[in-house]
Each structure stands twice: as structure tokens, then as C-alpha cells.
Design a protein around this ligand. Structure first.
Ligand SMILES: Cc1cc2nc3c(=O)[nH]c(=O)nc-3n(C[C@H](O)[C@H](O)[C@H](O)COP(=O)(O)OP(=O)(O)OC[C@H]3O[C@@H](n4cnc5c(N)ncnc54)[C@H](O)[C@@H]3O)c2cc1C
Length: 426
């Protein structure tokens, strides 16, 4: 075999798996289709990815890279009538009180170069075409420098993002998780109004009745702004994505306030956000990590954290199996699949809560009981390892969300926006 492991994709999932394996002395090849740095959507991190970034040794490099500090998150109604701010440090330990907003071109490049510094071999502008998996390992066929090359390894990690290379090739069963298809339109802007200290680095989520906006401060000047709406709603507008984005900004009170003087600095980009999850995330010689394992709606900025956590966990399963000199046992395959599924489920529950108007009223409550505030703070920070006390409070939160559907325990939220009724200002 040429390598211990081959990784398809050099995004956060692939480079984290590579770094974890290389630190354990494995010979790793990362195959990446693009030339980094390259643009990628998904710029807001959450703190429960920090420990993996520290473990692989990338955190210090991030601290030196002038990324915007993120201390929390803000949720606002489009009509400006209600808002909450979550400061991670209010309930979380020092290591989780802060994370970063990252321009993905720089962040992904930092992580990929880091894996190279630990010993991973990286072939960029190399597209994987096929992978033949046997009981002993894998042979990968890829296009590099205009020629087709064959490389072999004992393990293969699919970190190809939403391309889901292995999932498609192996026709692995998946579930669409029962959420409506979404469509996202996004760009970077200058002169978007910012919050004051200490909330200036918060992500702002503006809730509309048909979707939501994100605002992610990237540096002193630029803010990433994106509109996520149901595909159905977007199609019904009959507008182009850019026209629709501008129209929603012009007819939403909160967005007018924040973006009235803004200026777009790059072209609009688009993504069809189709939520899915593969039902099996590992086999005897293969792992699916990050988006290649599953993709969930990005409201709670979970994607990068899930990618790096699953990449790290998959690499550790591989290292443990290698120590025994075996393929991945059915038990370990199930354990890894369950681990990834459990992390996703925590966010899926939150996503379903977010789109449910009655449950969202509970989330937006300005004066929640302390235990519930603690639970929500942990969930928004991405804590998926819930101890029994926290689980109890999370359970109570969802119970109150369910009760709110029948009895008004917290004030009703009016989502209608007078700005939408008026013709947009010329
Ligand atoms: C609209 C939107 C907003 C989002 N916002 C956020 C956010 O705020 N915060 C957050 O954490 N997440 C967010 N996400 C999710 C986030 O973008 C992903 O979860 C994250 O990038 C997953 O990392 P990954 O390493 O699994 O895949 P990716 O980052 O997608 O990396 C996959 C890599 O594989 C390469 N590749 C693909 N196919 C091949 C092949 N055949 N051969 C070789 N290389 C290949 C690609 O070039 C790519 O570089 C958002 C997603 C969307 C759609």
C-alpha cells in the first residue's frame, strides 16, 4: 500500500482527520479538487469545535491570524420587535467562551497547511474519480496534472463535502430528515451596522416568517450576509436570487436598519441547502466525515464543528483499529455512526424548534428560568455532550416549547412586518 490513509477533500473535515492521523504517525495523502485558498460558504464557528482545534495544534495559529473574535450570537425578529443575545461566557468555561468568525478561504487554507506541517502529503487540483474498496484497503483513481493516477491505502476517508463522493458511489441509503428544501443567497458587504462591545463579533440571525438572514462580521469592514428561504418561497417570488435578496432587505425593518448604508463587495453566490444524513457513516475500511456524512440546515452554524469533530473521531477509530491490526469492526462502525448521528440530532432538534413559530417564542423569551438559559446557551455554543443535569434542562426547554403550542406560557411573537406592506423605498 502507498499510504495508511487517503482523504478525499481538504476542507475542515478532511484536514482535521489528516492532522489527527499524522500526529499518530500515519502516512496520509489528502486529495483536494481545488487550489487553496478557495472561497467556501460557512464562516461562523461555534465554541464546541475549539477543543479539537487545540488538540491538533491549529488553535494557536488561528489566534495569530486576526480572525474576528466571536463571543456569542444574537437572534432578532425581522420586524425588530424582539431580540435575544447569547454570551457564551455567561455559562461556559473559559475554553468555550469564545471562538472565531472566519473567512473560509483563509481558515480552510490554514487547516490544510497545518495538516501538511504535521506530515500529510497534499495533492491540490486533484479530483478523485473513483475508489475501489476491498477488505484490505482501497485503490483510488484521480486526475492530477492532466493524467489519471492510481494510489492505494488501507483506509479511505470521504470528506468531499456535499458532493458526498463515496455515499454516491456506494449508493448508501440516506434520509432527508423531513425538512423543506432551502435556497441560500449570500455575499460580502461593507458598512453593515455592527453591535457595540462586547457583542460586535456576534453572528446575527434575523428571523423572517419564510426563512432567515445571517450577518457574520468577518473583519473591521466586511460582513457576510446571507438569506436562507424555502425553495418553494423563492420560486414563488419569480425573482432572480439577487433581486429577491435585495427585495427582502428593502422590505424588512431590521435589515433596512442594519443594511441601509451597506455596499456589496463581491458577487452573489447561491447554495441549495438540502438537509440529508447517511444512515451508515463507516464501513470496514471507510469513513464519511463532515458534510459527506450529512448536511443540516446551517442556522446554528454547526457545519464546521461537525466536520472537525467527526474528522477527529473517525481518525481515532482508524488509529485504534490499526493498533489491533484489523479492519473497523461492525461494533466500531456502529459506534462512529451513532456518535455522528447523536451530534447531528442535537442540532436537528434546535432547527425544528427554530422553524416552529410557537417553540421559537420560548427560545426568544427575554426572561427564561436560569436552568433554561443555561441549556440554550450550551446548545447554541454547540455542546452535544450533554450530562444528565444539562439534559434535564434541555428536556424541560423542549417540553415548554411543546406546551406553548396549547397554552401561552411566554408572550406571543408577532412576525408580521409593516415594512413588507409598504412599497420598498426607491
Ligand atoms: C448557506 C450555507 C451557510 C453555512 N453557514 C455555516 C456557518 O455559518 N458555520 C458553519 O460551521 N457551517 C456553515 N455551513 C456548513 C459548512 O459550509 C460545511 O458544513 C462545512 O464546510 C463542511 O466541511 P467539510 O470539510 O465536510 O466539507 P467542505 O468544506 O465542503 O470541503 C470539501 C472539500 O472536498 C473537495 N472535493 C469535493 N469532491 C472532491 C473530489 N471528487 N476530489 C477531490 N476533492 C473533492 C472540495 O473541493 C472541498 O474543498 C453553511 C453551509 C451553507 C450551504
Amino acid at each position: 500500500m502507498d499510504y495508511d490513509a487517503i482523504i478525499i477533500g481538504g476542507g475542515p473535515g478532511g484536514s482535521t482527520a489528516g492532522s489527527t492521523l499524522a500526529k499518530a504517525g500515519k502516512k496520509v495523502l489528502i486529495l483536494e479538487r481545488e487550489r487553496f485558498p478557495r472561497f467556501h460558504v460557512g464562516e461562523s464557528l461555534i465554541p464546541y469545535g475549539n477543543d479539537v482545534l487545540r488538540e491538533i495544534g491549529a488553535w494557536e495559529k488561528m489566534e495569530k491570524s486576526a480572525f474576528m473574535e466571536k463571543l456569542g450570537a444574537e437572534f432578532v425578529l425581522g420586524n425588530s420587535k424582539a431580540s435575544i443575545r447569547i454570551l457564551f461566557g455567561r455559562y461556559l468555561k473559559a475554553g468555550y467562551a469564545q471562538t472565531f468568525q472566519v473567512e473560509r478561504a483563509k481558515f480552510d487554507n490554514l487547516l490544510l497547511e497545518h495538516s501538511g506541517s504535521l506530515g500529510c502529503e497534499i495533492w491540490q487540483e486533484t479530483k478523485v474519480k473513483s475508489a475501489t474498496i476491498t477488505d484490505d484497503g482501497v485503490t483510488v483513481s484521480c486526475d492530477k496534472d492532466g493524467t489519471t493516477r492510481q494510489v492505494s491505502a488501507r483506509w479511505i476517508f470521504d470528506a468531499s463535502g456535499r458532493d458526498a463522493f463515496l455515499g454516491k458511489q456506494m449508493q448508501l441509503p440516506k434520509t432527508d430528515l423531513g425538512l423543506p428544501k432551502k435556497f441560500a443567497t449570500f455575499a460580502h458587504f461593507k458598512c453593515v451596522e455592527r453591535n457595540c462591545f462586547p457583542d460586535q463579533g456576534h453572528i446575527t440571525i434575523v428571523r423572517l416568517d419564510f426563512g432567515w438572514f445571517w450577518m457574520i462580521p468577518l473583519d473591521a469592514e466586511r460582513t457576510s450576509v446571507g438569506l436562507v428561504q424555502t425553495l418553494e418561497h423563492f420560486k414563488a417570488t419569480g425573482m432572480s436570487p439577487g433581486e429577491c435578496f435585495n427585495h427582502v432587505v428593502a422590505t424588512t425593518t431590521e435589515l433596512q436598519r442594519r443594511m441601509g448604508k451597506s455596499e456589496r463587495v463581491n458577487e452573489f453566490a447561491f447554495a441549495g441547502d438540502y438537509t440529508y444524513r447517511h444512515l451508515q457513516n463507516a464501513g470496514p475500511r471507510w469513513f464519511l466525515i463532515g458534510d459527506a456524512a450529512g448536511f443540516i440546515d446551517p442556522i446554528f452554524s454547526s457545519g464546521v464543528m461537525l466536520a472537525i469533530r467527526s474528522g477527529n473521531a473517525a481518525a481515532k477509530e482508524c488509529i485504534a483499529a490499526d493498533a489491533k491490526g484489523t479492519a473497523l469492526s461492525p461494533r466500531a462502525q456502529k459506534r462512529y455512526t451513532k456518535h455522528v448521528g447523536k451530534m447531528c440530532q442535537v442540532f436537528l432538534n434546535m432547527i425544528k424548534m427554530f422553524y416552529d413559530n410557537k417553540a421559537f417564542e420560548v427560545f426568544m423569551d427575554k426572561n427564561p428560568p436560569k436552568g433554561m438559559e443555561w441549556a440554550v446557551n450550551n446548545l447554541v455554543a454547540g455542546n452535544t455532550r450533554l450530562g444528565w443535569r444539562l439534559r434535564l434542562h434541555v428536556w424541560a426547554f423542549y417540553a415548554i416549547c411543546a406546551i406553548q403550542k396549547r397554552f401561552e406560557l411566554v408572550p406571543h411573537l408577532d412576525l408580521s412586518d409593516p415594512a413588507a406592506a409598504e412599497p420598498p423605498a426607491a
